[in-house]
Structures are given as structure tokens and as C-alpha cells.
Design a protein around this ligand. Structure first.
Ligand SMILES: [Cu+2]
Length: 401
């Protein structure tokens, strides 16, 4: 009897363990597919053809807006600049059909991907250029994982915006698990006044973007307090960008080549994302707040309306600045004008222009602080998070109708 009972409990325990193991595997599968969110951009849909995940990318001219009033005719993919997110799993067979709607040749380079030479997009060495109106079919098996990216390998086309993120989720999920996974593409632009076409030769940049938007037009990332958050940062431009997160420490957990061993993680709060690099960072969203995430290069924390017109520009500029000052103090005060270097700063809150639901409840005047390569990670108490997400959903539904 006792022996039977023992067997019964042993069997029950084994069955229970099996159930738990099965649940764990399912959970891990789900985790491996935790979708990456790309604020202000889209995910590229695919169809499965004979077991191959097939994507279509169209290289084309894209009319976009970095911020209200700053229009741009850039080059991107499938109607956006940068292009949409491609998201696949390690082990997947992937096909990408590139269609060239540009007026000149192009190709797609798969940055960091271990692919056959004729599939990784080096024009000349591995393939012929894809002529205007032409197509090229890229096909590879994903034998690695990480935050990769795709871009034209023609340098000037890169500076016109041709960049997109490629996330390959690992077969064995990363530990510890994250609750949220965001992707941000970093770009810089030279736009002359009254001209919407980026100057791809310029060495000086006056518009700095996260996912094709400059602050305060960047859409904040909404996070529930207690969630673990991953950010994937990718940089393609002429400068390295030290990306800083306010109010939180994070660890750098990966690069464009995949996961870093945990022994190499240490807490920091500014990560240098070099040209051609990806950095994954992770943090536990412990602290409630609207936390700024931005490049720390001072000139990358501004939207410069006119290139080369700094505070030392002699005439009219102080007046132009004073007209944008919201009356905190008189800027035209003659005494102030005797102070060397005056004026330096501008303060132009435009909250009303950005009253989208993701910005709901931000402190009055918030938009005055947001310029250039800046966005916000809003760590919200659970009820507040649910309230704002409901507003986002309602706005989305209204938008769809
Ligand atoms: Cu920067």
C-alpha cells in the first residue's frame, strides 16, 4: 500500500514535471518570438512559400517628415525611411526579393550575416548591380542570431537613408527573459534650407533621427513598471553616437554579432554605437518616470533649422531666437547682449502639435526639451500604463476608420 502510494506520487510528480517541462518549452517558443517593436516604423510581412519565409523589399524614393514642417525626399524601402523591420528566427530559410524602383542601380547588403558571397550583397565581388526596374532574389539560412541590418552598399545611397533592421531571434531564448523588445535605427542628415533632398556628400549634419523622426516627433516607448526591457540600437551614418538613458543603469548584452556572455555585462548608462554597429542593451524598468533616451553629442541634441547659423551669427539671429522664446525672460534686454556668447539656447515647447496618445500626461512644456536624436522611455505604474495603452488603441481604431 505504502509502496503503491509512493509509486502513485512518483508518477504524479513525473507527470507534473513533464507538464511543466512542456509548458516551459511552449513558453520558450513564445519568448523566442516576442515581437520587436519599432516605434514610428513597421514590420515587414512575409508569406511562407514551400517552407521558405519570403519577403519583398522595394527600394524607392520616400517622401517623409522628420518633424512637422521638416519634409524630406529620402530613399528608403516600402514607403518608409528607414525601411521596415525584418524579423525571423535562427534556423529559418529566408528569401528576400528586392525590387529596384530607384532611378539608378542598387543592391542589398546583409550586414553581419554569414551568407554565401553571391547572397550578401557586395556589388562587383558577389553580384551584379540591380539595374533600375530590376530584381534580385536573396536567399539564405539563418545560422546565427542577433541584431543585424540591411542597407545599400553604395555609400551615397546609405546617406540618402537606405537602411533597415534585421532581427534574428535565437533558437535557445536569451536569459534572462525580457518583457519588451524595441528597435531603433540611428541616422543623420544634411538638409539645406528650402530643400527636401539630403546632401549625401555633406560632412556636417543638421537633422538627427531615431527611426526617421527627430524629437519631439519621436514616439515614446511605453513600458510597465517592473518589465525588463531590451533596446536594439543600430547606427549607419558618418558619426558614432553615444546613446544615453536617463535615470537607469543598463547592461550591454549583445552586438551585431550576437549575444555577449553574461560575464562581460556591467552596468553603464551611455553606450557608444559606432558606425556599422548594433548594440543591444537591457534594463529592469524599476523606476517610474519619463526617461529621456538620446545621443549625447551636443549637436545631435538639437534640430538645427539652418546649417552654419549658430549663436555667433551676427544679425537677426538673437531676434529670431527671442521670437521663439516663450517669455521666460526678455531676450532683447541690452544688458544681456553685453554678455559674451549670448544667446546660446532656444526653448520652443510645442506640446499641442504632438498630442498623440503616447504623449498623454507628459509634463507641460515637455516638447521644449526634446530635439534631435531624442526619445522617451515612459516607465508607467500598471494602471497608468493600461490607461495610456487604451488611448493608443482607441486612436489606432479611429485612425483605421
Ligand atoms: Cu549622435
Amino acid at each position: 500500500m505504502v509502496a503503491n502510494r509512493r509509486n502513485f506520487f512518483a508518477r504524479a510528480a513525473a507527470a507534473g514535471a513533464g507538464l511543466i517541462a512542456a509548458r516551459k518549452i511552449r513558453a520558450q517558443e513564445n519568448l523566442a518570438n516576442l515581437p520587436v517593436e519599432v516605434p514610428d516604423l513597421a514590420r515587414l510581412p512575409h508569406r511562407v512559400v514551400d517552407g521558405v519565409k519570403e519577403f519583398r523589399l522595394v527600394a524607392e524614393v520616400v517622401h517623409s517628415q522628420f518633424a512637422p514642417g521638416r519634409e524630406v525626399d529620402a530613399w528608403g524601402y516600402n514607403g518608409t525611411v528607414p525601411g521596415p523591420l525584418i524579423e525571423v528566427n535562427e534556423g529559418d530559410r529566408v528569401r528576400v526579393i528586392l525590387e529596384n524602383k530607384l532611378p539608378e542601380m542598387t543592391a542589398l547588403h546583409w550586414h553581419g550575416l554569414e551568407a554565401p558571397m553571391e547572397m550578401e550583397g557586395s556589388v562587383g565581388l558577389g553580384q551584379d548591380p540591380v539595374p533600375p526596374g530590376g530584381q534580385y532574389v536573396y536567399e539564405f539560412t539563418m545560422n546565427q542570431h542577433g541584431t543585424l541590418f540591411y542597407h545599400s552598399h553604395f555609400a551615397m545611397q546609405e546617406m540618402m537613408g537606405q537602411l533597415g533592421m534585421l532581427v534574428v531571434h535565437p533558437k535557445t531564448p536569451y536569459a534572462p527573459r525580457v518583457d519588451r523588445d524595441f528597435g531603433i535605427l540611428i541616422q543623420e542628415w544634411a538638409l539645406m534650407p528650402n530643400n527636401n533632398v539630403p546632401n549625401s556628400l555633406a560632412m556636417e549634419f543638421n537633422w538627427l533621427t531615431f527611426n526617421g523622426k527627430s524629437g519631439p516627433a519621436t514616439t515614446p516607448m511605453l513600458v510597465k513598471q517592473g518589465e525588463r526591457v531590451r533596446l536594439r540600437l543600430v547606427n549607419l551614418g558618418m558619426d558614432h553616437h553615444p546613446i544615453h538613458l536617463h535615470g537607469n543603469q543598463f547592461v550591454v548584452t549583445g552586438t551585431e554579432a550576437g549575444r555577449k556572455p553574461q560575464a562581460l555585462w556591467f552596468e553603464e548608462n551611455t553606450v557608444l554605437v559606432g558606425v556599422g554597429q548594433a548594440r543591444n542593451i537591457e534594463f529592469d524598468a524599476k523606476h517610474i518616470g519619463d526617461w529621456m533616451l538620446h545621443c549625447h553629442m551636443p549637436h545631435h541634441m538639437m534640430n538645427q533649422m539652418v546649417s552654419m547659423a549658430g549663436p555667433m551669427a551676427p544679425t537677426g539671429h538673437a531676434k529670431a531666437m527671442s521670437s521663439s522664446n516663450i517669455g521666460l525672460y526678455p531676450m532683447d534686454d541690452p544688458a544681456k547682449k553685453t554678455v559674451p556668447g549670448y544667446p546660446q539656447d532656444m526653448w520652443m515647447p510645442m506640446d499641442d502639435m504632438f498630442d498623440k496618445p503616447e504623449n498623454f500626461g507628459l509634463r507641460k512644456g515637455w516638447s521644449g526639451a526634446m530635439m534631435g536624436m531624442m526619445t522617451i522611455i515612459r516607465v508607467l505604474p500598471p494602471e497608468r500604463y493600461d490607461e495610456i495603452i487604451a488611448r493608443v488603441r482607441t486612436a489606432g481604431a479611429n485612425h483605421a476608420h
